[in-house]
Design a protein around this ligand. Structure first.
Ligand code: NI
Length: 258
């Protein structure tokens, strides 16, 4: 069975066939799914979604591109909701300077990233981190708040193998998805080769980032075998071994998942 560690089935791209698709997961070998929050509306939808499917768990948190949704009331809601038996992580949280070039807005991202990290510490949940075009500030902020005391994953990892090793040293997992199957993804392939198998998590970030041979189409967890196959090839192991290791890693990180 494959553990999908990062999906967005609350996205409207799944409105027409969500139930049919999710009901086909188990028979296609997808045993667990973590559906990750983006904005506040998405977090509320996730609380409903995890009630409907036993194998789906949720993460709540506000994505750096959606922090205009955050205020003290929403922060309190996240804290209370984190106690739900099926909410297993805080995320996705982090920094995204690719979509935000304005300096004061980037500073607000850092403030809310730090606060949501503290929230995870307070409720004893792991974090799911999104970091794009913000390598230096993400690492600096995490070092400053002693992120090594808070378990988590850096999802859709896009930085250098050296930086991946820094995160692994802090105890973090590295989320790898469809991008690893792209021919030009040299850095990510090198990262997968270099970091220990015990630190890799399989993810899609669906509906985005479909792997080859489905690149450009809507993504779903059903494409994860392509990702597992590429990781296996890079590591010199079988696809089954790659999937099994990722399952064990996810179960170790997301301790509330049964
Ligand atoms: Ni995501």
């Amino acid at each position: 069975m494959i553990f999908e560690s990062h999906a967005h089935y609350d996205d409207k791209q799944f409105d027409l066939d969500r139930d049919e698709l999710l009901c086909s997961m188990k028979e296609n070998g997808i045993g667990r799914i973590i559906n990750v929050g983006s904005d506040f509306a998405s977090c509320r939808r996730i609380v409903e979604l995890v009630r409907q499917y036993d194998f789906i768990y949720g993460a709540v948190g506000i994505h750096p591109s959606d922090i205009e949704d955050l205020n003290e009331t929403v922060y309190e809601w996240l804290k209370v909701t984190a106690n739900d038996s099926k909410i297993v992580a805080i995320g996705e949280i982090g920094l995204d300077y690719y979509w935000e070039k304005e300096l004061t807005a980037q500073r607000r991202q850092r403030d809310w990233f730090a606060r949501q990290m503290e929230l995870a510490r307070e409720v004893s949940l792991p974090v799911i981190i999104h970091s794009r075009d913000a390598a230096e500030d993400t690492l600096k902020l995490m070092q400053k708040i002693h992120a090594e005391e808070i378990p988590g994953v850096v999802h859709c990892f896009s930085y250098s193998p050296e930086l991946a090793e820094e995160y692994v040293k802090m105890g973090y997992y590295i989320g790898v998805g469809g991008v690893v199957t792209f021919k030009n993804a040299r850095k990510l392939k090198e990262t997968v080769k270099r970091i220990p198998l015990e630190r890799l998590l399989l993810e899609t970030d669906c509906p985005y980032l479909s792997p080859e041979p489905n690149r450009g189409k809507r993504n779903s967890s059903l494409n994860l075998p392509y990702v597992a196959r590429e990781i296996a090839a890079l590591k010199g192991i079988t696809e089954q071994e790659a999937a099994d290791a990722s399952w064990e890693n996810a179960m170790r990180l997301f301790t509330k998942v049964k």
